[in-house]
Design a protein around this ligand. Structure first.
Ligand code: E4P
Length: 220
């Protein structure tokens, strides 16, 4: 399973890229709005320059013609751009056209297996089930990821399952076990994945044993 970072913040993207574990970035209009007064297209280009892997940038128009134009403009910003399209009938029409033009798409706001199957039928590169938002309303978000992954496997679908709306480290483990191809996670959750009390304890024991050894023998 690959890791994408779910943010539009360039500092977070630079830091996570330096850790060597992220292959891409997902953004959405809410995440971009959090960055304040940025020029959207320049910002997407800057993100793509840092990550050099798939960067999902969302088309915000809801009408097919406008969405298509927006999608093409976004895709022209960088070969790394993946056009994010909401799960609507017009949206799937746009996905089909963009796919025929060889462009990559990520169908977002997916909350059912049938929506995922429609996205795949339209030719989406990625489909994004929102795990946390289903958990928030008392449903089992991870069950959706598991069912989509198994339905795709059963019918030989090549669309990748991108587990989104991730809230905590356990979601990440469960997404991998459920068969997600990619998980996109907030910076805070990615940072948490590195930590384990026994790792910290082990490192400090190794450091202090090494210092004791050096002070006794005076050399490395
Ligand atoms: C995915 O691409 C979305 O940007 C994101 O995961 C939404 O997460 P949220 O439910 O925390 O807003």
């Amino acid at each position: 399973m690959r890791f994408f970072l779910d943010t539009a913040n360039l500092d977070e993207i630079r830091e996570a890229a330096a850790w060597g574990v992220i292959d891409g970035v997902t953004t959405n209009p809410s995440l971009v709005a959090k960055e304040g007064d940025v020029a959207f297209h320049d910002h997407v280009r800057a993100i793509a320059d840092v990550v050099k892997g798939p960067v999902s940038a969302e088309a915000v128009s809801l009408e097919a013609e406008l969405m298509l134009r927006e999608g093409r403009e976004l895709a022209a910003l960088s070969p790394h751009v993946v056009v994010k399209i909401p799960m609507t009938p017009d949206g799937m029409g746009v996905v089909r056209i963009l796919a025929a033009e060889g462009l990559h798409t990520n169908v977002t706001l997916v909350f059912s297996v049938n929506q995922a199957l429609l996205a795949a039928a339209a030719g989406a590169t990625y489909v994004s089930p929102f795990v946390g938002r289903l958990d928030d309303i008392g449903q089992d978000g991870m069950a959706l990821v598991r069912e989509i992954a198994s339905a795709f496997r059963a019918s030989g679908v090549r669309t990748q399952v991108l587990a989104a709306s991730i809230r905590h480290p356990r979601h990440v483990t469960e997404a991998a076990l459920a068969g997600a191809d990619v998980v996109t996670l907030p910076f805070k959750v990615l940072r948490q994945l590195f930590d384990h009390p026994l790792t910290e304890k082990g490192i400090s024991a190794f450091v202090s044993d090494w210092e004791r050894y050096r002070s006794r023998h005076g050399r490395a």
